[in-house]
Design a protein around this ligand. Structure first.
Ligand SMILES: *[C@@H]1O[C@H](CO)[C@@H](O)[C@H](O)[C@H]1NC(C)=O
Ligand SMILES: *[C@@H]1O[C@H](CO)[C@@H](O)[C@H](O)[C@H]1NC(C)=O
Ligand SMILES: *[C@@H]1O[C@H](CO)[C@@H](O)[C@H](O)[C@H]1NC(C)=O
Length: 360
């Protein structure tokens, strides 16, 4: 009797064990299938230097970074025009979705539609939501980035055919990341301009309305999976801290508060548009707190390049004896832009907490 019971028990255990194994195998297969052939066929990027992969190399502007020491830790040590020592967040996001390791810039003649079919970047460093911001350094305004995107759609249709192109257009992940320059390059630094027309709150509303129009236009053009990026703690960028002499080189609270307020408006915008536009999956990707966490950890606030206090772009030069030797120990690469390591941490955070819903 006892032996019989034991036998039954063993058999049931074996059976459960087998069932579990089978379940594990099928979920593993599903996961593997996801990695190689996931639901996101391409990453399509709009924005500023936080995500520009090198478009500004091909327009007449001084807002460039296609020279050393930029790209120092990029594959082959190439200064691609990314404002970092290596990859930028969108490159890491693309990789996390099982796509290319780098999202190529649309204006670079080195690439063509066969590359862009799995990822393309329309972003331009120094741009903003506001046309007046892109005018400051003659870079690509946001409306023009959308024009380029529409041109891309036509190329895509020619390349893969109408049906496949429509699939790519509706299933791709669209990433929008800009806004810092509207405040730091334009509103607070171009006296007699937007600051005389708008209070900071009114200017935020103006920018949010442009963001709203942009998303509506992108939706009308077929985009569905869209990530709207929030602002970083922009009062903590090394340049802002360096110039905050009266404040003991601490973060500029006024700028951080504007970033927090504006992020709230953008988050509300995503709630509203998700209710209004059928089939849209609009998410808010907020880099503010993860960046703040990284910034607050080390007492060191300077950047790697040069003295780390004000240099960026052309002021960040090769052979500057002040530049750091190991950028992985720094949060910021230049006075305005994070290191590759920071970019990787932020991208990882956003993929795990927000974009993961598109991985399924
Ligand atoms: C894209 O460029 C590659 C390599 O330069 C070339 O082999 C290919 O034919 C090009 N494809 C298209 C569609 O132009
Ligand atoms: C920005 O400029 C474009 C092109 O001139 C124009 O269509 C658009 O309305 C402008 N945006 C705003 C908010 O004024
Ligand atoms: C966002 O929406 C919430 C809830 O409707 C509201 O309380 C809050 O004031 C809004 N925030 C902004 C910045 O508009």
């Amino acid at each position: 009797m006892e032996a019989h019971k034991n036998m039954m028990f063993i058999m049931i255990t074996l059976w459960i064990h087998e069932l579990l194994l089978l379940m594990m195998m099928t979920t593993n297969a599903a996961a593997a299938g996801n990695n190689n052939n996931n639901n996101v066929p391409a990453i399509i990027v709009f924005g500023d230097s936080s995500v520009d992969a090198g478009n500004n190399n091909f327009i007449p502007t001084i807002a460039r970074s296609n020279f050393e020491p930029y790209g120092r830790d990029f594959e082959g040590g190439i200064a691609t025009g990314r404002f970092s020592n290596g990859r930028i967040p969108t490159d890491f996001i693309s990789e996390a979705f099982g796509l290319k390791q780098y999202v190529p810039p649309y204006l670079d003649p080195k690439y063509n539609i066969s590359d862009f079919a799995t990822g393309v970047c329309f972003a331009s460093a120094a741009t903003g939501y506001d046309n007046a911001t892109s005018d400051v350094l003659s870079v690509i305004p946001l409306w023009k980035q959308l024009d380029y995107y529409k041109e891309y759609q036509q190329k895509l249709i020619k390349y893969v055919g109408e049906a496949k192109a429509h699939e790519i257009i509706s299933e791709s992940l669209y990433i929008i990341s800009l806004g810092t320059n509207d405040f730091l390059e334009n509103y607070y630094t171009m006296p007699g301009g937007r600051d005389t027309q708008y209070t900071p709150q009114q200017y935020q509303n103006f920018l949010a309305s442009i963001a709203e129009n942009f998303i509506r236009n992108l939706y009308a053009a077929g985009g569905r999976k869209i990530s709207l990026g929030g602002l970083p703690p922009m009062g903590c960028l090394p340049l802002e801290r360096t110039t905050n002499i009266m404040g003991g080189n601490d973060c500029v609270a006024r700028y951080n508060n504007v970033a927090l307020e504006f992020n709230d408006k953008l988050r509300n915008l995503t709630v509203k548009l998700n209710k209004e536009l059928p089939g849209i999956r609009l998410v808010f990707s907020n880099p503010y707190y993860i960046l703040m966490y990284l910034i607050k950890k080390p007492s060191l606030f300077v950047a790697c390049c040069g003295t780390g206090m004000f240099e960026m772009g052309y002021a960040c030069s090769r052979g500057d004896r002040f530049s750091c030797s190991d950028a992985t120990k720094y949060v910021f690469w230049d006075a305005f832009h994070p290191t590759e390591r920071t970019n990787s941490i932020v991208a990882d955070y956003v993929v795990k907490h927000v974009l993961n819903q598109f991985l399924k």
